[in-house]
Design a protein around this ligand. Structure first.
Ligand code: OGA
Ligand code: NI
Length: 397
C-alpha cells in the first residue's frame, strides 16, 4: 500500500518535506517502506488526503521539548469534608496562590488528588476504546450533523485543516439549549440531544457517571480561580446554570505522516475551563508564553490537565490568557483523550467582570453572547470557511 497524497499541494514540496525529516525517529519512522507497514490496515485514513496537511510553519517540530515547568497542583485539602476558610486559611491561600501563578505563567496546570475516582475514569476510558474499535459503519449510526452537533464525527476541521482524529461528543445537560444559528439577530433556539450507540451497551451509563464526578471538580476549580482573581469563591458559578458543557471522547489513530498532520491543529478553547484526561502516550503541546515554544505535556498517571479558556480570559480582563495548544500524533500508537469543556449557559453575556475593571484598567472587551460564539465555533468545525473563525479578539474594546 502506498501513501497517496491527493495533489492539491504540489507533490514536489511534500516529498521534499518528507525527506527532510530523517531525524524524527521518536515521532515517526521516515523510512518509507517501514512507514507503509505502519499504515492501519482497513483504515479510511490509509490514504492521506491533502486536507490533513498543515502549512509548513504549523507542522510539528522535529524534537520534543518536555517541560518540567507546567505545575502539578495537589488538591487534597479540598477533599476533606470539614474544610473551613477560617481553619484552613493558610493552606487554602497557598493553593490559591499556586493556581494564580500557573494561570498567569502557563494558562495550564495539572491537578492530582482531585477527588475524581480512578475507577470512574478507567470505566469511561475502556468504554471509549470499545466504541472507537467498532466499524466506521457502526460508529456513523450516531454521527453528528449541523443541526445536532452531538455524536460521532471523523472529519473535523481546526483552522480549515482536517484533524487526524475521530470524536464522540455528548453534553452534560440533556437536552442542552443553544441558539439555532450564530446570527446575532436570530433569536430562535434549538435543543441538542445526546445520541448513544448500541455498543458498548454501558457507554451511556459510564459517561453520565463521569460527568457527575467531573462537575464537582469543575466547580472546585472555578471557585479556586475566582479566589485567585480576588473575587468571592462563587462569583462565576451562576453563569454555569443551564450550562452548555460537553465531553469529547477523542481517538487519535496512528498516523503515517505525523510530521505533516496534527491530531488537533493549534487552537484555544473557547469556553470556561477544560479538564482533560490523557492516556500515557502523550502528544498534547502547549505554546509557552515566555518564548512561543511548543512544549509537550508529560502524561502524569491519574492527573487531569486544566486550562483556562477564552471565556475566563475575557472575564478576567486579560489577567489570565487562554493559551494555544495542539495535539501531535505518532505513527506507532493510537492515543485516547477525554476533554471536559466546562461552558456557561447559552444566554450568558461574556465581558470583563465589573470588579476587575476600573479607570486605570478599563474593560478590554465588549460583551458578547456565549451561545452565538458557541454555535459559530460548532458550525466552523464542519465547513471550510473563507473568513477567519470568530475569536475573542474580534470583541476587543
Ligand atoms: C481539544 C484538545 C487535547 C488532547 O480537544 O480541544 O485540546 O490532548 N485536546 O486531546
Ligand atoms: Ni483544546
Amino acid at each position: 500500500m502506498f501513501i497517496i497524497i491527493k495533489p492539491q499541494q504540489p507533490e514536489a514540496i511534500l516529498w521534499q518535506s518528507l525527506s527532510s525529516v530523517q531525524n524524527l525517529s521518536h515521532l515517526c519512522d521516515c523510512d518509507s517502506k517501514r512507514r507503509t507497514q505502519h499504515l492501519p490496515n482497513n483504515s479510511a485514513m490509509g490514504e492521506v488526503d491533502s486536507a490533513f496537511i498543515q502549512a509548513i510553519e504549523h507542522r510539528p517540530k522535529l524534537t520534543i521539548t518536555e517541560a518540567e515547568g507546567i505545575p502539578v497542583i495537589d488538591l487534597s485539602i479540598l477533599n476533606s469534608p470539614d474544610i473551613s476558610i477560617e481553619k484552613d486559611c493558610k493552606k487554602l491561600a497557598s493553593l490559591v496562590a499556586e493556581v494564580k501563578d500557573a494561570c498567569k505563567k502557563w494558562g495550564f496546570f495539572q491537578v492530582i488528588n482531585h477527588g475524581v475516582s480512578l475507577e470512574c475514569r478507567e470505566k469511561i476510558d475502556l468504554a471509549s476504546r470499545k466504541f472507537f474499535a467498532l466499524s466506521k459503519e457502526e460508529k456513523r449510526k450516531v454521527k453528528r450533523d449541523e443541526l445536532n452537533s452531538m455524536g460521532y464525527y471523523d472529519t473535523e476541521l481546526t483552522k480549515n485543516v482536517r484533524d487526524w482524529k475521530e470524536v464522540f461528543d455528548f453534553t452534560v445537560e440533556n437536552p442542552t439549549i443553544t441558539p439555532l444559528s450564530h446570527e446575532p439577530d436570530d433569536k430562535e433556539l434549538k435543543e441538542l440531544h445526546n445520541q448513544w450507540p448500541e455498543y458498548p451497551p454501558d457507554l451511556r451509563e459510564v459517561c453520565e457517571e463521569y460527568v457527575q464526578e467531573l462537575q464537582k471538580l469543575s466547580y472546585k476549580l472555578l471557585e479556586l480561580i475566582s479566589l485567585s482573581l480576588g473575587l468571592p469563591a462563587k462569583r462565576m458559578n451562576g453563569f454555569f446554570k443551564d450550562q452548555t458543557s460537553f465531553v469529547r471522547l477523542n481517538h487519535y489513530p496512528p498516523c503515517p505522516v505525523p510530521h505533516l498532520a496534527l491530531g488537533v491543529g493549534r487552537h484555544k478553547d473557547a469556553g470556561g475551563l477544560t479538564i482533560l484526561a490523557q492516556d500515557d502516550i502523550g502528544g498534547l503541546e502547549v505554546k509557552r508564553k515566555t518564548d512561543g515554544e511548543w512544549i509537550r505535556v508529560k502524561p502524569t498517571p491519574d492527573a487531569y490537565i486544566i486550562n483556562v479558556g477564552d471565556t475566563i480570559q475575557v472575564w478576567s480582563n486579560d489577567e489570565y490568557d487562554s493559551v494555544e495548544h495542539r495535539v501531535v500524533v505518532n505513527s506507532e500508537r493510537e492515543r485516547f483523550s477525554i476533554p471536559f469543556f466546562f461552558n456557561p449557559s447559552h444566554d450568558t453575556w461574556i465581558g470583563p467582570l465589573e470588579e476587575l475593571v476600573n479607570e486605570k484598567n478599563p474593560a478590554k472587551y465588549k460583551a458578547y453572547n456565549w451561545g452565538m460564539l458557541f454555535t459559530h465555533r460548532k458550525n466552523s468545525n464542519f465547513k471550510k470557511r473563507d473568513d477567519e473563525n470568530l475569536q475573542i479578539h474580534h470583541f476587543k474594546a
